[in-house]
Design a protein around this ligand. Structure first.
Ligand code: PLP
Length: 385
């Protein structure tokens, strides 16, 4: 067995970290430990591994957590039943009534909904700020601010925040920086190494990678915080089942290959869209004219598979386009091997309508898959007309 996985390359860690052959049978792939409970040797006497009940811990989930921690360069990982369950655990562990957080002005609609509509009922306050502007973030901080909650790239406008700069601003104010790393994945960006305190993931997306499982994860280097998160997860119970943990672990193994291909195909599509008269604006951090391009180039390995653009002919034309593609499937979510297309204003981000996070009505979001890139370009070009 390898002593120190941290010295190994990303692809090697994705396949081996936390995933040694099964000690009982030699099974090369971590088994799905489909069990709710574990035999004890006498009252209170758990066997090797310390497992007693699967809400608390399960060996398939443990393997996933060890692999995730290794990929993010984190001391601790905790897997959750969904990305929202992971975010909820972070918010409820780190905030108390009267506390305040700063949230980006472009964020996943579900995160905004949880903070704006649910946590507000428990006395948690928030301010929305443009996280690409460090001065605006500094101005939004209050003595009660405990968190700065950041997505980069953002969903759906692909905005970029400087993680190291935000960490500095948050820490000066005694707050923690949380980065939702769902869009980038640890293959493209590792926020903890840049100064972030907590990383959250919707593992439903690129980490699972095959649109067949819903899950989430929290990563941190803080031992006390890990204990508090573990306590809440066990108390509240938002855990992934063993099969879901296994599917996510299976997805992780090919993450590096997939992210390279997602990025290749996205670049090809962006080149095509840039020349198309029906496209009035493209949001992709790989474009040199993107306002966050330099920061993205500094903190990301590549620019990923998410592309958003605006239809020059307005909302109706955007709605018709998303229904016309044949390979790009009209669906919510992202990060799977297959290409998806959606209208954020009416679908994923409908909950932001009328708020400061409202998205343009002619906006279209693509999750570019790993198909043959020329087929994807042909599909989009035909649908654009
Ligand atoms: N964070 C981001 C950036 C997302 O896009 C999503 C879902 O789309 C979530 C969090 C929530 O994850 P889940 O759907 O797994 O609960």
């Amino acid at each position: 067995m390898v002593d120190d996985y941290s010295v190994l390359g990303f692809e090697t860690r994705a396949i081996h970290a936390g995933q040694q052959p099964d000690p009982r049978t030699g099974a090369v792939i971590v088994p799905i430990y489909q069990t709710s409970t574990y035999a004890q040797d006498g009252v209170g006497g758990t066997r090797e591994g310390g497992y007693e009940y699967s809400r608390t811990a399960n060996p398939t989930r443990t393997a996933l957590e060890q692999a995730l921690a290794s990929l993010e360069g984190a001391r601790h990982a905790l897997a959750f039943a969904s990305g929202m369950a992971a975010s909820d655990a972070v918010l409820r562990t780190t905030l108390r009534p009267g506390d305040h957080l700063v949230l980006g002005n472009d964020a996943y609609g579900g995160t905004f909904r949880l903070i704006d509509k649910v946590l507000s009922l428990w006395g948690i306050e928030h301010t929305v700020a443009n996280l690409a502007n460090v001065d605006e973030v500094r101005a939004a901080l209050r003595p009660e601010t405990k968190l700065v909650w950041c997505e980069t790239p953002t969903n759906p406008l692909l905005g970029i925040a400087d993680i190291a700069a935000l960490a500095g601003v948050a820490h000066d104010a005694g707050a923690r920086l949380v980065v939702d790393n769902t869009f980038a994945t640890p293959y493209l960006q590792t926020p903890l190494a840049l100064g972030a305190d907590i990383v959250v993931h919707s593992t439903t997306k690129y980490l699972g990678g095959h649109s067949d499982v819903v899950g989430g994860a929290v990563l941190t280097n803080e031992d006390d915080l890990r204990e508090q998160l573990f306590y809440l997860r066990n108390a509240a119970g938002a855990v992934p089942g063993p099969f879901d943990a296994w599917l996510t672990l299976r997805g992780l193994k090919t993450l590096a290959l997939r992210m390279e291909r997602h990025s290749d195909n996205a670049e090809l599509i962006v080149q095509t869209l840039a020349k198309h008269p029906k496209v009035s604006k493209i949001y992709y951090p790989g474009l040199p004219e993107h306002p966050g391009h330099e920061v993205a180039a500094k903190q990301m390995r590549r620019f990923g598979g998410m592309v958003s653009f605006r239809h020059a002919d307005g909302e109706q034309a955007a709605l018709e386009l998303v229904s016309r593609t044949k390979l790009f499937i009209l669906a919510e979510s992202l990060g799977g091997i297959e290409s998806l297309i959606e209208h954020p204003g009416r679908m994923t981000h409908a909950s932001t309508a009328g708020s400061t996070l409202e998205v343009p009505e002619d906006l279209i979001r693509l999750s570019v898959g790993i198909e043959d890139g020329t087929d994807l370009v042909a599909d989009l070009t035909a649908a654009l007309g």
